[in-house]
Design a protein around this ligand. Structure first.
Ligand SMILES: Nc1ncnc2c1ncn2[C@@H]1O[C@H](COP(=O)(O)OP(=O)(O)OP(=O)(O)O)[C@@H](O)[C@H]1O
Length: 257
């Protein structure tokens, strides 16, 4: 079966000035290749600075690659074609609060991507917005709410609604559950699993929590200093990690979970 996402030799090198004439190269992501099947979840784990957010940013188009290709459904995604990517790949961030505009109603924030990326008229946009709110367990009445009127969990639901409103094929979640307390986190995990089975989306899920990864992911990729250290089925990696780094990641996170 052809994969939904095919990442080939994706690379990101940052160049930083480190003096008047000196430049320092930071290899945030070394040439990285992997695939994600339709409807499946790939989790990405790694210590701080291992390149997780860089990889998420490259896939979502927020960061321009130094080299490499991203192919979605057989089509090469061009780094400068934001519109081409925006419809198919959407991101959910850790801090729902910061990713929502405090001055706009929830309805206006959800309609924004529809205005920019679709030809839907106002009535159709409103219908789609209400439908999407309901898909994430919110109500049509939430259209007129401002973010400060909602709980943390409801705000994360709005972030997810905004991510799925264009019917993307791939959702990239960067530590999207990290700041939620355990009961809200369980609800959002269930919501993500339900949405995936209803909408057949693929997920790339960055998380430091082995508990969440085991629950949500099919495959897991372990990043270390911009390199893939291990990549395989979650059960295989969790039951038999090949590297001490992976073992300590799983252990330290287990202890803090
Ligand atoms: N804009 C930038 N300019 C220069 N270096 C950067 C930039 N963004 C990230 N880096 C560097 O690239 C490397 C990978 O960073 P990245 O944020 O992708 O790691 P991460 O695994 O997401 O870390 P964390 O878990 O702390 O968010 C780090 O060494 C970081 O300092």
């Amino acid at each position: 079966m052809k994969p939904l996402l095919d990442v080939r030799d994706l690379t990101k090198t940052y160049v930083q000035r480190s003096g008047l004439f000196k430049r320092k190269k930071i290899e945030a992501l070394k040439p990285t290749s992997f695939t994600v099947e339709a409807g499946k979840t790939l989790a990405i784990m790694g210590a701080n600075g291992s390149g997780k957010s860089t990889l998420a940013g490259l896939i979502s188009g927020a960061i321009q690659p130094s080299q490499g290709q991203i192919i979605l459904n057989g089509q090469v995604l061009h780094a400068d074609n934001y519109r081409q990517r925006a419809q198919h790949i959407r991101m959910v961030f850790q801090d729902a609060e910061a990713s929502l505009n405090p001055h706009l109603t929830i309805g206006d924030q959800l309609e924004e991507p529809l205005r920019f990326n679709t030809g839907l008229n106002q009535k159709q946009r409103r219908e789609r917005t209400i439908h999407t709110l309901q898909q994430v367990g919110l109500l049509a009445e939430h259209m007129v709410f401002y973010p400060h009127m909602m709980s943390t969990g409801q705000k994360q639901r709005v972030s997810i609604a905004r991510a799925i409103i264009l019917n993307p094929q791939l959702l990239v979640a960067d530590e999207a559950l990290a700041t939620l307390d355990s009961s809200v986190r369980a609800q959002i995990i269930n919501l993500l699993l339900d949405l995936q089975s209803d909408l057949k989306m693929s997920y790339i899920f960055i998380s430091q929590s082995p508990e969440i990864v085991r629950h949500l992911a099919d495959d897991v990729m372990i990043l270390k200093e911009g390199d893939i250290l291990e990549h395989g089925h979650v059960d295989d990696i969790f039951n038999d990690p090949q590297h001490r780094y992976t073992q300590s990641l799983l252990l330290s996170e287990l202890n803090s979970a």
